[in-house]
Ligand binder design. Structure first.
Ligand code: HEM
Ligand code: CU
Length: 542
């Protein structure tokens, strides 16, 4: 790039420098700025959730309960789960990357409802701050699942306040879901047919379906819980004709699909990364698109696999078991198709690709152990042990967070117009991968040996594996700080990125980095399929 062009480019107005001042950010209707607001909020909650994880792992270094009291420990793992699930994993990819990218990827100027988009960030943040306030008052100790009767009758913590925070935040999910669905239906560029959409967009379409269909159930569950706790009206209390297991049905009817809210968008990220760094069309595009929707729909039919030991009949258990195996099929199809795409591709080992490979491996372990848990006999042995903890952390931390970081590294040059240091970014990815496995693999063994989850002390026999896990968590924590440091550094000092630093295909790469406020100088039209890598030869990182 000649210096003149570079200088002209530097003076170009884009969404970041179009307007300055706090007010221009807090009242923005630009989906890209809102995505950054979300990035700041979710990072804050991730940090707080992570801090609680540190205390949990510190307590578990020794067999005795000597670092915190039992009651404090209960609050720590509960708040860790709540912050991570409701305030980080659910919004991270859709609200940050989805918000930023969906309009760009479909050639639109913005989302369909920019004001609702801004409102969704406010609702999310207010719900989050309200929850934090409740934590400062003393938090909640029921576990993130709020099981009754403990949460309705026995716990003397801030169940209703924390529930209210989650309830408020739920509305932001619904708003985001509606916005995405309408945008994808109505605002695609001319020529961008459904089967030319990037798989990232399909994945967010499927996720939005869950947002809209599932979140109201959670909201109702929280309201019923609050009503029961305040007035003892007998919804869940058998003494009054209620049913405690009903709570579990309601909770998991939302929360199983919710686990797919956490993973489907990252699956979309994976599809983009794998094609971009293998320089190949994705293997089985249509199957991949339909698999996302299938996962979203089938995900609503399997909640009972969390309830095998809840007194539900063995026949119900058998049906939920079979259905759970069924939902594993489209997930497995995705893993096979990414692998097939990489096969004989010219794979380049850029940082986002390292995260993608990490994701595929760790998600596979998480998914296979999920199938093990879906098997009635095995689940009765390991239910509520560390095996379950390891299973979902492999998927949520090994999968969802890896995918989020991979996506953030892939689109960072587009978002900020800057590149980050290659060495440090690869080093960070490797530290995170190693730290992760050292933290969570021992937990499979602990669970299989019989260590229950949610206990703050344990027999001496379990100490070695627990120390390994805590050591791994330290490495993992340091690993996460590495990208935080160089990404913030790069915003000011990073080299300037060109419009398409990876030589990737997709409308988002056809506009400037960072994009102008309304995304494109000229409204784009589309005349080719997604991922047409063969016909184009573009430069890689410069
Ligand atoms: C794809 C993303 C997935 C995520 C994010 C995920 C997440 C979770 C979470 C958070 C829990 C623990 C809930 C608790 O606190 O008690 C859990 C448990 C469980 N998961 Fe998954 N899971 C996923 C995939 C699967 C799959 C594919 C299957 C089966 C085919 C599966 C089967 C199970 C079962 C049976 C349990 C209950 C274990 C028990 O408590 O005894 N999961 N999962
Ligand atoms: Cu489930």
């Amino acid at each position: 790039m000649s210096t003149q062009v570079a200088k002209a480019d530097r003076r170009r107005t884009h969404y970041l420098n179009a307007d300055f001042g706090v007010k221009s950010w807090l009242l923005t209707r630009d989906h890209k700025r809102i995505a950054l607001l979300y990035l700041i909020s979710v990072s804050l909650f991730f940090l707080l959730g992570g801090l609680m994880a540190v205390f949990i792992r510190l307590e578990l270094v020794t067999p005795a309960g000597d670092f915190v009291q039992a009651g404090t420990y209960n609050r720590l793992f509960t708040m860790h789960g709540i912050l991570m699930v409701f305030f980080f994993l659910i919004p991270s990819v859709p609200a940050v990357l989805g918000n930023f990218l969906i309009p760009l990827m479909i050639g639109a100027k913005d989302l369909a409802f920019p004001r609702i988009n801004l409102a969704s960030w406010y609702v999310y943040t207010i719900g989050g701050l309200f929850t934090l306030w409740a934590v400062l008052q003393g938090g909640v100790d029921t576990g993130w699942t709020f099981y009754v009767p403990f949460s309705t009758t026995y716990s003397n913590t801030y169940v209703i306040a924390v529930g209210l925070g989650i309830f408020i935040t739920g509305f932001s999910s619904i708003m985001t879901g509606v916005n995405f669905i309408v945008t994808i239906h109505r605002m695609r560029a001319p020529g961008l047919t459904w089967f030319r959409l990037p798989l990232f967009v399909w994945a967010h379409y499927a996720t939005s379906l869950i947002f809209i269909l599932g979140t109201p159930v959670l909201a109702i569950t929280i309201l019923l819980l609050a009503a029961e706790r305040m007035f003892h009206i007998g919804i869940f209390d058998p003494a009054l004709g209620g049913d405690p297991v009903l709570f579990q049905h309601l909770f998991w009817f939302y929360s199983h699909p919710a686990v797919y809210i956490m993973i489907l968008p990252t699956m979309g990220v994976m599809s983009e990364l794998v094609t971009a760094f293998a320089r190949k069309r994705i293997f089985g595009y249509k199957v991949m698109a339909f698999a996302s929707v299938a996962i979203a729909i089938l995900g609503f039919l399997v909640w009972g696999h969390h309830m095998y030991v809840s007194s539900q009949s063995p026949y119900a258990g058998m049906i939920f078991s079979v259905l759970s195996m069924l939902v594993a099929v489209p997930s497995a199809v995705k893993v096979f198709n990414w692998t097939a795409t990489l096969y004989e591709g010219s794979v380049s080992w850029e940082t986002p690709m390292l995260y993608a490979l990490g994701f595929i491996g760790l998600f596979t372990i998480g998914g296979l152990t999920g199938v093990m848990l879906a098997t009635l006999g095995i689940d009765i042995h390991v239910h509520d042990t560390y095996f379950v903890v390891a299973h979902f952390h492999y998927i949520m931390v090994g999968g969802a967070i890896m995918g989020f970081l991979g996506g953030l590294h892939f689109w960072w040059p587009k978002i900020t117009g800057r590149l980050y240091p290659i060495f440090w970014s690869k080093f960070g990815a490797i530290v995170i991968f190693l730290g992760f496995n050292l933290t969570f693999f021992p937990q499979f063994l602990l669970g299989y040996m019989g260590m229950p989850r949610r206990y703050y002390s344990y027999p001496d026999d379990f100490q070695v594996l627990n120390v390994m896990s805590s050591a791994g968590a330290t490495i993992l924590g340091i690993g996460y700080l590495i990208p935080v440091i160089y990404l913030i550094w790069s915003m000011r000092y990073g080299k300037r990125a060109s419009a398409n630093p990876w030589g990737a295909v997709g409308l988002e790469w056809e506009t400037h980095s960072p994009p102008p406020t309304f995304n494109f100088d000229e409204p784009p039209t589309v005349d080719h399929e997604a991922y047409e890598y063969t016909k184009r030869k573009e430069s890689r990182v410069e």
